[in-house]
Design a protein around this ligand. Sequence first.
Ligand SMILES: Nc1nc2c(c(=O)[nH]1)N[C@H]1C(S)=C(S)[C@@H](COP(=O)(O)O)O[C@H]1N2
Ligand SMILES: [Mo]
Length: 253
Amino acid sequence: MSRLITRRSALIGLAAGANGLLAGCDSLGREGPVRKLIFKGDDWNRRLQRLVTDRTALAREFAPEDRSPVFRANGTRNPDTPSYNAHAANDFADWRIRVDGLVATPLDIPVAQFRAMPARSQITRHDCVEGWSAIGKWTGPQLAMILKAAGLRDRANYIVFHCADRLRGTPYYESIDLVDAFHPQTILAWAMNDEPLTVPHGAPVRLRVERQLGYKHAKFVHRIEAVHSLTPIGRGQGGYWEDVADYDWYAGI
Ligand SMILES: Nc1nc2c(c(=O)[nH]1)N[C@H]1C(S)=C(S)[C@@H](COP(=O)(O)O)O[C@H]1N2
Ligand SMILES: [Mo]
């Protein structure tokens, strides 16, 4: 946890610096080009969010009766590749999740072992950028536990989730920073509403990163990679939609 503590003190420093910058903003005018320049880009958005909200705070959790009767599936509803279909036909018994990149001990976790790990359950609201929300219950091990088992190296800054589906020929992927990776509600869910994940919802394993919008919640995860920089991954923007449609990398809610 020393890494997190280090980052927290770094955040405090950042907040102090950002305060100065914010104070200066009044004199820059509300719509001026300078202000636009300062506020452009999700890096600033992320820092501002860090300043005004505590990113380690928990997302709201709901009661079982709050669950949505219908939880829509969105994006890829079935990766439908020969390899994925073979796994699905076999109830994903041979699915493995690789954990590699900047880790001391790369892992290759069979899904059965994964399902046997201590798990967290949480009933949360999923918010899609397309304008719909749904409440569901998610169960799975905390990502923090898996990252601790693998041992992140010092240079690791981001965690990348590689998915089994392709959209228009391009593999879906997503990434988060270490604040979200070690957030207690960041889990690798293998169950939804007390049933094993169905294919439309990301079987056999999908990410839940509850403080961010829906597109960050990578489904069909087969590889988790710790990296120093996002630039060499995909087209370098940190995720499929970030690459192809300019979505914000940091989609905090
Ligand atoms: N691998 C993969 N993950 C994905 C997507 C996708 O198309 N492929 N779509 C994203 C979007 S936009 C949303 S809103 C959620 C939808 O999750 P659901 O299908 O369980 O509702 O998954 C996200 N994760
Ligand atoms: Mo979405």
